[in-house]
Design a protein around this ligand. Structure first.
Ligand code: AMP
Ligand code: ZN
Length: 113
C-alpha cells in the first residue's frame, strides 16, 4: 500500500517526475538529491515498507540487491561501490521508506561514521 505522505512512494508512482537509473516490477532506482559521493543513487521498492525491519519478503530484498548491482553497472562503478541501508534515526535513516544507498566514484572509509 502506498503511503500518501511518503516522498519515495510518490517517486515510485511517478507523481514526482524522476529519471530512473534502473527499474523492474518491484523496484526503481534514481540519483540521490544530496550526493555523498561522485556516484550516489537510491534503490527503493515500489511497495511501502518503513524500514528493513518491516520488509516481509526475502525475495524483495534479493530483488533490491539485484537493483543495486544493476544501478552500479549503469553508473559505471560496478568494480567498486558500497551498498548501505540505514535502519532507525540513530543509524541515519531520515526517509522512512526503505532504500538502499549505492555509493561509489571515490575511495571509501572504514569504519563508517
Ligand atoms: P537516509 O538518511 O538513509 O534515510 O537517506 C535518505 C536519502 O534520501 C538522503 O541521502 C537524501 O538526500 C535522499 N533524498 C531525500 N529526498 C529525496 C528526493 N526527493 N530525491 C532523491 N533523493 C532524496
Ligand atoms: Zn513510501
Amino acid at each position: 500500500m502506498p503511503k500518501d505522505d511518503c516522498i519515495f512512494c510518490k517517486i515510485a508512482k511517478g507523481e514526482i517526475k524522476t529519471e530512473f537509473i534502473a527499474e523492474a516490477e518491484d523496484y526503481v532506482s534514481f540519483k540521490d538529491i544530496n550526493p555523498q559521493a561522485p556516484a550516489h543513487a537510491l534503490v527503493i521498492p515500489r511497495e511501502h515498507f518503513e524500514s528493513l525491519n518491516e520488509v516481509d519478503s526475502p525475495k524483495i530484498m534479493g530483488n533490491l540487491l539485484e537493483g543495486a548491482k544493476k544501478t552500479a553497472e549503469k553508473l559505471g562503478i560496478r568494480d567498486n561501490y558500497r551498498v548501505v541501508i540505514n535502519t532507525g534515526s540513530q543509524a541515519g535513516q531520515a526517509v522512512f521508506h526503505i532504500h538502499l544507498h549505492v555509493l561509489g566514484g571515490r575511495a571509501m572509509q572504514w569504519p563508517p561514521g
